[in-house]
Design a binder for this molecule. Structure first.
Ligand SMILES: [Zn+2]
Ligand SMILES: [Zn+2]
Length: 376
């Protein structure tokens, strides 16, 4: 944290940070004591303001991206849910078209999240869109060059082929919606898997593994992530998915270099309570938003979040011992590093993109900049 500094930007990039002289013709923005934070980087996000990325139109992609930019996200990785091959290709195409427009927050790539989930860990995703990975299916997604983050449940037949392909494409490889054992995680790790989606949510635990292997009790994804320094993970710090002690535990065990804040936010962001579709409306997968979090329609399970990254930052700051720079790191530089875009963005450093969020003393968003242009 630097007090009273000047950040000079030119042509959308940061030129200097510190006490540099401002050029005569520079446009000056005085923040009057507010914080200048790197723009947030969200590696797991489904939609916002009525749009789900799986709606698969450029308009839907732009709507969801802008909705999250309002909450401080300047780099976004639209995330697929389960869906037919046609639905997933359409989503990737729409994101590719949005990327060409070069407006709004930066779409650095896509998180191929569904469809390769375990049947017993589907959560709110539609079962009809779930399947095991096959090269005939996933090769065409990777061939677009847009997939930067790739999720597959480690226990599925074909997962190793998937991980090897994802590795060739330089992706962050992650295991999620999975009931895999330590042994399955070990094999996946050797193939390049280094991250686990939303820790404690839709992942194996010692208890859930007893449904697959009654005895002896098996170590799960949780123990694997906690014991391996190379493994990173993410938490849903909306205050509804995980109690404060779990946020503190994840932070203390993994540290700010291995723990990411994600929104995992669905289309109900910034909309009133009510029933909404998860993923593409054609799949008819409904959830209920109470305005704070998504629920399955029977109100017995959670169905992803409905808040933006600024909320996660405030929650993490208020309910853990993480310092403000550590919290900001988990919402910016750490996800940027894990997704392989830290040379472009994720911190306020010369040469990086001028992506900023201005926060007041209560960490409320006051201004948002991408590539040096003010968005909000
Ligand atoms: Zn999920
Ligand atoms: Zn998700």
């Amino acid at each position: 944290m630097i007090e009273t500094a000047t950040v000079v930007c030119r042509d959308g990039k940061i030129v200097s940070v510190g006490n540099a002289e401002l050029p005569e013709d520079a446009q000056r923005i005085d923040l009057h004591g507010d914080f200048l934070s790197p723009g947030f980087v969200d590696i797991h996000v489904h939609g916002g303001n009525g749009a789900d990325f799986m709606d698969a139109t450029v308009e839907a992609v732009a709507t969801a991206c802008l909705a999250h930019a309002k909450h401080g996200t300047t780099t976004i990785f639209p995330t697929t849910s389960t869906g037919s091959p046609e639905q997933i290709m359409a989503m990737i195409d729409a994101c590719g078209q949005y990327q060409q427009l070069q407006t709004g927050p930066n779409l650095e790539g896509i998180h191929l999240y569904g469809p390769y989930f375990a049947e017993d860990k589907l959560g709110c995703h539609s079962p009809s869109g779930r399947r095991d990975p096959t090269p005939a299916d996933f090769n065409r997604y990777f061939a677009t060059g847009l997939i930067r983050i790739a999720t597959c449940a480690a226990e599925l037949p074909g997962s190793l082929d998937f991980y090897e392909t994802a590795k060739r494409h330089g992706c962050l490889i992650t295991c999620g919606h999975s009931n895999s054992t330590w042994g399955e995680m070990q094999v996946a790790f050797e193939a390049g898997m280094r991250h686990v989606d939303h820790f404690w949510c839709a992942m194996s635990s010692i208890t859930s593994l007893r449904q697959r292997f009654p005895a002896p009790m098996q170590a799960s994804m949780a123990e694997f992530v906690l014991m391996h320094d190379e493994m990173s993970t993410e938490v849903l710090a909306d205050g509804c998915h995980l109690a404060p002690e779990l946020l503190e535990f994840a932070f203390r065990m993994k540290g700010p270099h291995r723990l990411c804040l994600v929104t995992d936010c669905n289309r109900a962001l910034d909309l009133p309570p009510g029933n909404y579709c998860f993923g593409n409306p054609a799949d008819n997968s409904w959830f209920y938003s109470d305005g704070k979090v998504g629920w399955t329609l029977n109100r017995k399970g959670l169905a992803s979040s409905v808040v933006g990254m600024d909320h996660m930052v405030r929650q993490m700051k208020n309910s853990t011992t993480a310092t403000l720079p550590e919290v900001i790191r988990m919402a910016s530089l750490t996800p940027a590093e894990r997704a392989g875009v830290a040379e472009l963005t994720g911190s306020i450093a010369p040469g990086k993109r001028a992506d900023f969020v201005v926060l007041d003393q209560h960490l409320q968003v006051k201004q948002v900049f991408t590539r040096g242009e003010r968005l909000f």
